[in-house]
Write a protein that binds this ligand. Structure first.
Ligand code: R1P
Ligand code: MN
Ligand code: MN
Length: 393
């Protein structure tokens, strides 16, 4: 048994179109592949793990003796958002996608109720990029106190508010009201998200790290519950606690950036625990994928690669490190939304000098199943264990 499993989600780092990409209008999408074509990606540590053995990536050649076990995984659930990806990683499928309001905006009855309960007028109510809509409506919001509601291709109701106009606690209260209203079955969005920003005017508005996601509680127990019920630690870092609405998590800490996430996971590796440490690195997605910034994305991957050895240094022989993603977000694709892709899977332990190829996995749920299998707890309904491919327990 591995005593500690570190699971790091490089949010949105897809590795090529999924077999069903066409159904999502994402044929040809390849987040990592297209970033590598855009720049000279220099990621020696991930390369050494065998990232370039999974798929052809410019400048990231396959290696003869990869340090990790490597493959790619397909998503089984319907959808390509963060919640869907993460829930599936922990064994839970979403077979009926959450409501989206991409084309229409939110219905008048919902907006009316939100205005009445918050006492504030709503502006926006369209599908938009978060950084664009604050440029467009942020100054008006500052003058009037009206709040900016917007959505995307995901099942989200996002509210952008200036931190000097509406104090952060009040922003969270407004979002809690929105979460309650959108619990109605016909309006049930996957997430309500507070998107606070700062700045003097549209030229320097910038979003802050006080973002807060109000997700739904997973409809069934996941590996996180099975672990914590069996007495193991389930340590959530970054957005993980929000994504699972705390369900099955024994302790959590938020992060302000990818760097902070890597610092926190490395710090956690220095202490004693038995169970899972689960980290999400959201900057890849929020700062670069949605912003269609392949160079920024590539540099963020290089930075991650640089920080990885500090974490590895703290790992013991009976620790397991799993690196993967939750969906794609090809910064060279049209629009600003996620892309339906395979995700890379790298599984590393100091126990092994070399890794090997694993079969392509049909579902992200294999990750959660494998973790439950390792700790000998109840298993999720979906998935199967890949422990047999990495030398057993
Ligand atoms: O454009 P921004 O505000 O970053 O929004 C993005 O972030 C949201 C949640 O991850 C997605 O729905 C996507 O639209
Ligand atoms: Mn995501
Ligand atoms: Mn996203």
């Amino acid at each position: 048994m591995y005593n500690r499993i570190f699971l790091i989600i490089l949010d949105s780092l897809g590795i090529g179109e999924a077999p069903d990409a066409k159904a999502y209008n994402d044929e040809g999408a390849n987040t990592l592949g297209h970033i590598a074509e855009f720049m000279n990606l220099n990621i020696p540590n991930l390369q050494g793990f065998g990232l370039g053995n999974i798929a052809p990536i410019k400048n990231v050649e396959p290696v003869d003796t990869p340090k990790a076990f490597f493959t790619k995984m397909q998503e089984a659930s319907l959808g390509k958002d963060t919640m869907t990806g993460h829930w599936e990683l922990m064994g839970l499928y979403i077979t009926k996608p959450f409501q989206t309001f991409t084309e229409t905006g939110f219905p008048k009855a919902l907006i009316d109720e939100l205005e009445k309960k918050t006492g504030r007028k709503i502006i926006g109510n369209v599908s938009a990029s978060g950084t664009e809509i604050i440029k467009e409506l942020g100054e008006q919001h500052m003058k009037t106190g009206d709040i900016i509601v917007y959505t995307s291709a995901d099942s989200v109701l996002q509210i952008a508010m200036h931190e000097d106009i509406i104090p952060i606690e009040e922003q969270y209260r407004i979002c809690e009201i929105a979460r309650e209203i959108t619990m109605k079955p016909e309006w049930k969005v996957g997430r309500v998200i507070a998107r606070p920003f700062k700045g003097k005017n549209k030229k320097d508005f910038a979003r802050t790290s006080n973002r807060h996601d109000y997700a739904l509680k997973p409809s069934e127990k996941t590996t996180l519950n099975f672990l914590s019920e069996a007495g193991y630690d389930v340590i959530a870092l970054g957005k993980i606690n929000d994504i699972f609405d705390g369900y099955g998590i024994t302790e959590y800490s938020k992060t302000v950036s990818n760097d902070d996430g890597m610092r926190q996971v490395t710090k956690t590796a220095k202490r004693e625990f038995t169970g899972l440490c689960f980290l999400n690195l959201v900057d890849f997605d929020a700062l670069y994928g949605h912003r269609r910034d392949p160079l920024g994305y590539g540099k963020a991957i290089e930075k991650f690669d640089e920080q990885l050895p500090k974490l590895i240094k703290e790992l013991k022989e009976d620790d397991l490190l799993i690196l993967t993603a939750d969906h794609g977000n090809d910064p060279t694709a049209p629009g600003t939304d996620h892309t339906r892709e395979y995700v890379p899977l790298l599984v590393y332990s100091k126990k092994y000098l070399v890794g090997n190829k694993m079969p392509i996995l049909k579902t992200f749920a294999d990750v959660g199943y494998t973790i439950a299998d390792n700790f000998g707890t109840e298993k999720p309904k979906n998935g199967s264990s890949f422990l047999k491919h990495i030398g057993g327990k």
